[in-house]
Ligand binder design. Structure first.
Ligand code: FE2
Length: 346
């Protein structure tokens, strides 16, 4: 729950949005205050905006793009709640109104289906699977800058998409594990994953090499892997074992100057687990040394303590700055359907 004084800070920071009619910033119980800043920002139609249709809201977004982008930079994530977004095509139109380029999902790990336009299903891993914290595609040399999630079917229980501010994660890990963080910053990490021959919907990292590289041709897949600096090996069963080049474990966000926990360490260590992959070997230092079990336990706890878990409501759109915030998925009781759009930005 946020306090009145914190809400005043929130409203003060909403100055830029105060000239924007039709919306209000509201408080929800799950929000947290990090460094004096509310996380995430929650916007909802105000009384005079409630009768607007989706077309009108798309125009509203187009009219207010600079302010909305500024809000995303300032807060790290913005939840749009109570807007009339009932189906995937409306979500697609809403996202397109922000004017970002769509980001092609090449090299990602999750099995996904295209629904309409640039809308995918979010990771379709089984309901019991927890998807650990990650920046989207942090294990790839190029990654989407802005993510949009839309709740099409809210689960009866669980299934939140928890968010954590990455700079807060970095700072807390530096306090608790300074030696590890120093090495991570100096050396970076590599990720190893065995991609199945064809998608495996039973695995949270079951994207086959064909849909990972958008081809059925091995040589084309190899060329795309090479272009990303990824080493590969074909296994006798047709699977493709890939190891990334050395990737940074900590990055400076050039827009804010803040250091961020921009990596997929915990995602790989906990989540890259299926019949083909051993998660304890999925992320290593460049010399092949695995992550320390103790440090990984600390990291898990730090992320959990800092996380915000907004309960999904039908029609919600969560806009996430992928350079500033990590996200995860909690296990759930079905049905649940969360849609996603990945976007490029400068
Ligand atoms: Fe993700």
């Amino acid at each position: 729950m946020i306090h009145v004084s914190q809400l005043l800070v929130l409203l003060f920071r909403m100055d830029a949005l105060s000239n924007v009619t039709g919306i209000s910033a509201v408080a929800i119980p799950e929000q947290k205050v990090v460094d004096g800043q509310t996380f995430p920002l929650v916007l909802t139609p105000s009384a005079d905006g409630k009768s607007r249709d989706i077309e009108s809201w798309c125009q509203w977004v187009r009219d207010n793009v600079p302010v909305l982008r500024e809000a995303l930079l300032m807060y790290g994530a913005v939840l749009f709640r109570g807007f009339p977004i009932k189906e995937a095509s409306e979500f697609d139109a809403f996202v397109k109104s922000f004017g970002y380029e769509a980001f092609p999902y090449v090299g990602g790990a999750a099995p996904r289906k295209v629904i309409v336009g640039d809308v995918f299903t979010a990771n379709e891993a089984p309901p019991s699977e927890l998807i650990p914290y990650h920046h989207e595609m942090a294990q790839s040399p190029s990654f989407p800058k802005v993510l949009f999630f839309n709740c099409d079917v809210a689960p009866p229980s669980g299934g939140e998409t928890p968010l954590v501010l990455s700079n807060a994660t970095y700072r807390t890990m530096q306090e608790k594990e300074p030696g590890f963080v120093e090495r991570l910053e100096k050396e970076g990490v590599c990720y190893t994953r065995v991609l199945p021959d064809g998608d495996d919907p039973l695995s949270p990292i079951g994207r086959g090499w064909q849909s990972t590289y958008l081809t059925d041709d091995k040589e084309t897949a190899e060329a795309k892997a090479r272009a990303q600096g990824t080493k590969f090996e074909w296994l006798p069963n047709g699977c493709m074992k890939t190891t990334t080049k050395v990737l940074p474990g900590v990055r400076v966000d050039g827009r804010t100057g803040k250091k961020t926990w921009f990596n997929s360490i915990i995602a790989a260590y906990l989540g890259w687990k299926d019949s083909r992959n051993d998660p304890t070997k999925a992320v290593t230092f460049p010399n092949g040394e695995p992550m320390s079990v103790e440090v990984m336990k600390t990291l898990e706890k730090v992320l959990d303590d800092l996380s915000v878990r907004c309960k999904w409501e039908k029609g919600d759109v969560m806009m996430v700055d992928n350079r500033q915030a990590l996200h995860a998925r909690r296990s759930f009781v079905p049905p649940r359907r969360i849609l996603a759009c990945l976007c490029e930005d400068v």
